[in-house]
Ligand binder design. Structure first.
Ligand SMILES: [Zn+2]
Length: 306
C-alpha cells in the first residue's frame, strides 16, 4: 500500500491557501489507486485530477501493454489542439518519455533547452511522467500546461512539479497493476475456472452413474436364456460402463471390477463374474447365474506396467 500522507517537500513551495487544495487532490488520487472501478475509469479520473492539480490545459495517459512496442492513448486528448499536425513528433516524445525513470518538463518550441529529449513541437509547456511497474515501462502521463503554466515557471518550481508527478504516477502504477497487469497473469483465475468446470463435469458424471445404475438394476435377477445371450448383454453393459469411465463394485471384496459372463460347470447359461486385479494378481469373484444387482463406481487409475 502507498501512504496517502503527502510528503512535506511537495507542499512547502506552495502558499498555505493552495496547500489545502493540493492535499485534497493528493488524497483523492491515493484513494483512486484502490477504488473499485475498471481501468478506463481509473485512467480518466486520474487524468482529470492531474489536469486540475497542475492547472493543465489538457493531457493524456499512454499505456503500453506487455508485448507491444508502442504505447497508445488510453485516456485524454487524442486530438488535442496543441498537438495538431505534430502527432508524429508527439509519439516520438512519448516513446522517449517511456524510457525515462523520472518526470520532466519540456519547454515550448524554440525556448529553453532540450538536451534530454526530442524537441517539443508545440508552443506549450509539457510535463511528462513515465509510469513503471517493477522495471517495466508501462506508460506515460502527458500534461499540456499552456504557454504560462500555473506552477512551474522557474526551474525550482519545475523540479517541484516533476516531483509531484512522480508521486502521483506511483498511485497510478498501483491502480494499473491492480486492474490491468493482474489480469494478464491469469494463472490463478484460470485454475479457479478449471476447478469449477471439473465440479460441473463431476456432477454430470454422478447423474450418468445414477441413471445407468437404475437402468441396469431393472435386470437384476434376470437371465437372457443362453450363455451367448447373457454374454452379449454383459459385454454391451461393460462397453457402456467403460465409455463412461465406470466399473462395477465387487460385492465380495469391494474392488472395482469388470463384469463378465463365463461358462462354468453345470450352469447352462453361464455365471456372472467380477474380474479384477488384486494384490495377488488377476482374480475372479462372484458367480451368480442371474444378472446381479450392480453398484457402479469410478474406473480406477491405470495400473503401472508389470
Ligand atoms: Zn472381488
Amino acid at each position: 500500500m502507498i501512504s496517502a500522507t503527502i510528503p512535506n517537500e511537495l507542499l512547502t513551495p506552495f502558499k498555505p491557501v493552495d496547500q489545502v487544495a493540493l492535499r485534497e487532490e493528493y488524497a483523492a488520487l491515493a484513494e483512486l489507486a484502490v477504488a473499485d472501478c475498471g481501468l478506463d475509469h481509473l485512467l480518466s479520473r486520474f487524468l482529470a485530477h492531474a489536469v486540475r492539480l497542475f492547472g493543465a490545459t489538457g493531457g493524456a495517459i499512454w499505456l503500453r501493454a506487455p508485448g507491444e512496442t508502442k504505447p497508445s492513448i488510453r485516456a485524454g486528448d487524442a486530438e488535442s489542439p496543441a498537438w495538431q499536425a505534430v502527432s508524429l513528433e508527439r509519439e516520438l516524445l512519448i516513446r522517449h518519455a517511456i524510457s525515462r525513470t523520472k518526470s520532466y518538463f519540456l519547454h515550448p518550441r524554440g525556448t529553453g533547452h532540450s538536451r534530454k529529449s526530442p524537441c517539443n513541437p508545440t508552443d506549450s509547456f509539457v510535463l511528462l511522467g513515465p509510469v513503471d511497474s517493477q522495471g517495466d515501462r508501462i506508460g506515460v502521463v502527458e500534461l499540456v500546461l499552456g504557454r504560462r503554466p500555473a506552477h512551474g515557471t522557474s526551474p525550482a518550481e519545475q523540479r517541484c512539479c516533476a516531483n509531484w508527478l512522480d508521486h502521483l504516477t506511483s498511485f497510478l502504477r498501483q491502480g494499473i497493476e491492480n486492474r490491468f497487469l493482474g489480469n494478464l497473469s491469469p494463472l490463478q483465475p484460470a485454475l479457479v475456472n478449471l476447478a469449477a468446470t471439473r465440479e460441473e463435469i463431476e456432477n454430470y458424471q454422478r447423474a450418468i452413474r445414477v441413471s445407468l445404475e437404475i437402468t441396469l438394476n431393472c435386470y437384476a435377477g434376470s437371465s437372457f436364456g443362453s450363455l451367448n445371450n447373457n454374454r452379449t448383454f454383459t459385454k454391451t453393459v461393460q462397453e457402456l460402463l467403460d465409455s463412461n469411465g465406470l466399473r462395477v463394485e465387487c460385492p465380495e471384496c469391494g474392488s472395482p471390477a469388470i463384469l463378465r459372463c463365463q461358462a462354468a460347470g453345470n450352469a447352462r447359461t453361464g455365471v456372472f463374474l467380477y474380474d479384477h486385479y488384486l494384490h495377488r494378481g488377476r482374480t475372479f469373484h462372484g458367480g451368480p447365474t442371474t444378472f446381479p444387482k450392480l453398484k457402479l463406481v469410478s474406473k480406477p487409475p491405470r495400473r503401472a506396467a508389470e
